[in-house]
Design a protein around this ligand. Structure first.
Ligand SMILES: Cc1cc2nc3c(=O)[nH]c(=O)nc-3n(C[C@H](O)[C@H](O)[C@H](O)COP(=O)(O)O)c2cc1C
Length: 249
């Protein structure tokens, strides 16, 4: 097994940090590496806002619904969809930027941001750091936008913590996944396999909870229901609009 496969095969979210620092050289390397990501039409409609300032990280943790692991991270990087950059580029040709007023624009930003998030995390993990993706950056978008000084046509879509994992978190078990034959299909999607996979996985997650004394862990069906029975971040649409985006096509 090569190093990259080995690393990706044992990846997991890390939420306990020792409090030690991410070195400046490593942070620069992580950011530089992430910038090699592909972007749709080479638009490079992503910017990163990173912070090492502990007071700001604590403030962000509060805005993300009080997630303790964010407050204890050494670095916090927000992935920003940035049509401010492309808009300026388009204006240089005398044309008007319209893509941010479409479903396609929203998707382009989200896809590019996801690719970028992964590159940041994989690079950080390859250097021995731990990370957790933070979707809760969308919990209080208006306050985050203000805190990070984000202009019109930008949106803080996802983020990640980076820190040194504690020994305990390094040794914690990998969270199981749905059966692989219910996840990947040759040629055609298989609805029955997907649903059988959910039922089997539900049992496995309950066993996993018992085996590892993780009383706090919800099963798969419980956790997805907890989140997906509601729109859990209620201020996304309103703040996308305030930032100059629309959802028409
Ligand atoms: C886009 C995205 C947003 C996430 N947001 C959060 C978050 O706000 N807080 C958190 O603790 N974990 C968050 N996670 C981490 C997931 O909970 C985690 O990946 C999942 O439970 C699987 O666990 P594992 O990464 O350890 O395998 C997020 C993951 C993704 C991909």
């Amino acid at each position: 097994m090569n190093q990259i496969i080995k690393q990706l095969s044992k990846r997991k979210s890390i939420r306990q940090f020792t409090g030690e620092s991410v070195s400046t050289e490593d942070l620069e390397l992580i950011i530089k590496t992430a910038q090699r990501c592909p972007t749709s039409v080479n638009g490079q409609q992503i910017s990163l806002v990173y912070t090492k300032d502990k007071k700001t990280i604590k403030e962000i943790a509060k805005l993300c619904g009080g997630q303790e692991q964010i407050a204890t991270a050494d670095v916090f990087i927000t992935v920003v969809v940035d049509f401010n950059r492309t808009s300026f580029a388009v204006e240089q040709t005398g044309e008007k930027h319209l893509i941010h007023n479409s479903a396609e624009g929203i998707l382009v930003g989200a896809v590019d941001a996801g690719i970028m998030l992964n590159a940041i995390q994989v690079s950080a993990e390859s250097l021995g750091y731990g990370t957790t993706a933070i979707g809760a950056i969308r919990n209080e978008p208006e306050a985050i936008i203000k805190l990070l000084g984000l202009p019109s046509k930008t949106f803080p879509i996802v983020a990640t913590t980076i820190g040194i994992p504690t020994k305990e978190s390094n040794e914690s078990p990998l969270k199981p996944r749905v059966p692989i034959d219910s996840f990947s299909f040759e040629d055609k999607y298989n609805d029955k396999k997907v649903k059988d996979g959910v039922l089997l996985y539900e049992k496995q997650m309950k066993e996993f909870r018992v085996d590892h004394n993780m009383d706090y862990l919800q099963s798969y069906c419980e956790q997805t229901a907890y989140f997906y029975k509601n729109v859990y971040f209620r201020k996304v649409e309103e703040n996308y609009k305030k930032q100059g985006f629309t959802f028409t096509d």
